[in-house]
Design a binder for this molecule. Structure first.
Ligand code: GDP
Length: 176
């Protein structure tokens, strides 16, 4: 018998260039590119994973980070069951932006949306820890206060990428 399938609508939010598209590319194709074209508007991809004898189909909306597209975001998060709010651990401004997204999701998205706060590009810290501009503790504190999952990732090396999606999948009530 085939596994029951649960679909999860997931949206990525975060400042431009924090690595949203790269996280999706790593998760969907196990690939990485140094010079990715920016996403215009939004991109849609799907990926299936097995969790506890269930097939979970992620329906992923990767939104553009540019300010001129910000007004489109509600269209994507309004009926999403999960959101990744992504920042770049080397860019403090991107963490401020992440705080805003979390606030907006709590005000405007579905009450039971599952949110993962994702600090990307930790591979850069392996060469030089001084590049870290967002303390892990600060992000953990936000996650705890706001009830978020929290991961530090690298789309470049793949660190923690599948863990983000599995962590979300495990929080979603599965069918069957
Ligand atoms: P988006 O605008 O948030 O979708 O960001 P992109 O996925 O387009 O990535 C922006 C830039 O950051 C690209 O040059 C990527 O190659 C690079 N990038 C993305 N993720 C990582 C990462 O984990 N580590 C490093 N070192 N660079 C990354």
């Amino acid at each position: 018998m085939s596994n029951p399938i649960t679909s999860i609508k997931l949206v990525l939010l975060g400042e431009a260039a924090v690595g949203k598209s790269s996280i999706v590319l790593r998760f969907v194709s196990n690939d990485f590119s140094e010079n990715k074209e920016p996403t215009i508007g939004a991109a849609f991809l799907t990926q299936r994973v097995n969790i506890n004898d269930h097939t979970v189909k992620f329906e992923i909306w990767d939104t553009a980070g540019q300010e001129r597209f910000a007004s489109l975001a509600p269209m994507y998060y309004r009926n999403a069951q999960a959101a990744l709010v992504v920042y770049d651990v080397t860019k403090p401004q991107s963490f401020i932006k992440a705080r805003h997204w979390v606030k907006e999701l709590h005000e405007q998205a579905s009450k039971n949306i599952i949110i993962a706060l994702v600090g990307n590009k930790i591979d850069i810290l392996e060469d030089n820890e001084n590049e870290r501009k967002v303390a892990r503790e600060e992000a953990e504190k936000l996650a705890e206060e706001e009830g978020l999952l929290f991961f530090e990732t690298s789309a470049k090396t793949g660190t923690n990428i599948s863990e983000v999606f599995l962590g979300i999948g495990e929080k979603i009530p599965l069918k069957g």
